[in-house]
Design a binder for this molecule. Structure first.
Ligand SMILES: O=P(O)(O)O[C@@H]1C[C@H](O)[C@@H](CO)O1
Length: 296
């Protein structure tokens, strides 16, 4: 049972201490790369990178397109840490494990989390290759109790009953809309609602019709638990979905989605996503990370 598992505060602290003693970077922004979007990490300057398998307490990535590396570095003069590969519930990780890095980031002094993912579109106006700024999410596993916050609450991280309204920062969303205009890519970018399903299978047509009726714009298999844990511990969150495919919602449609196609669209749009995230980091207001303990 997910709700019985516990990870003590000291375990997050141990991983944070280990990382802080192995790099001089003191990140204020953390980025999670979605399927096929790992190249975001390549833009960091003065990199220190660690395979997940070498980091005490870290889970392992098992999905193609998720390299399994934590990369520290600078982007536009700001110190960042980037997960080249995330953890999904369908890989068999508990939700606490899939979100383990978020609390480690918090302890390292990170203030802002940028989440990216690959997603299928249900909204007619979202085409493959478009970028959806996540305005809100529907956490389907969370609605039925599969929530990383189930179990004893660690008050050091946040309250028992955290609010989730406004969990995707409005200021950052408007800033990215503005940046998209300035970059001449606003026709590719719009806001929408992301829904997380458990996966790993893609949706049946009946499920797709249901999601569409519920007002879901894009569907994927990640992100919501990360955002819940980040919001619980007070991180500011920005999220975007790269639309990699249309979700088939008609019995007449003979198309079908596959993971290789998802990765391919990621590669095709990688540059635009990279530029948007870089500009966002360059322009966002931040406080300096004063977590200078353990500098090696
Ligand atoms: O890690 P993300 O959410 O980007 O990965 C999506 C959802 C599945 O893991 C995979 C399906 O192709 O891509």
């Amino acid at each position: 049972m997910h709700s019985k598992e516990q990870i003590g505060h000291d375990e997050y602290q141990k991983t944070s201490d280990w990382l802080m003693s192995h790099t001089k970077h003191r990140p204020i922004v953390a980025i999670i790369c979605g399927s096929g979007l790992g190249m975001l990490a390549d833009t960091l300057k003065c990199q220190d990178s660690f395979d997940y398998s070498d980091i005490p307490g870290f889970p392992q990535s098992t999905v193609q397109g998720h390299a399994g590396r934590l990369v520290f570095g600078e982007l536009k003069g700001k110190s960042c840490v980037c997960m080249q590969g995330r953890f999904h519930m369908y890989e068999g990780h508990s939700l606490l494990k899939t979100t383990f890095p978020i609390r480690v980031f918090k302890l390292m002094g990170v203030e802002t989390l940028i989440v990216t993912n690959a997603a299928g579109s249900l909204a007619d106006g979202l085409r493959p290759g478009d970028i959806m700024i996540i305005k809100d999410h529907i956490n389907f596993p969370g609605l039925v109790g599969l929530n990383p916050l189930c179990g004893p609450n660690d008050e050091k991280f946040g309250p028992r009953f955290p609010a989730m309204s406004g969990c995707y920062d409005k200021g950052l969303r408007s800033l990215v809309m503005e940046l998209a205009k300035q970059m001449g890519v606003s026709s590719l970018v719009q806001e929408g609602v992301y829904a997380m399903v458990g996966g790993p299978n893609f949706e049946t047509i009946a499920e797709a019709k249901l999601l569409h009726r519920l007002g879901v714009d894009a569907v994927g298999m990640s992100t919501a638990p990360e955002v819940v844990v980040a919001t619980h511990c007070g991180l500011r969150v920005f999220g975007l979905s790269l639309i990699t495919n249309k979700v088939v919602k008609s019995y007449e449609d003979s198309e079908s989605v596959n993971h290789e196609g998802v990765l391919e669209v990621g590669r095709l749009r990688s540059q635009t996503v990279q530029q948007l995230v870089t500009e966002l980091i360059s322009r966002m207001e931040i406080n300096n990370n004063e977590n200078t303990n353990n500098v090696s």
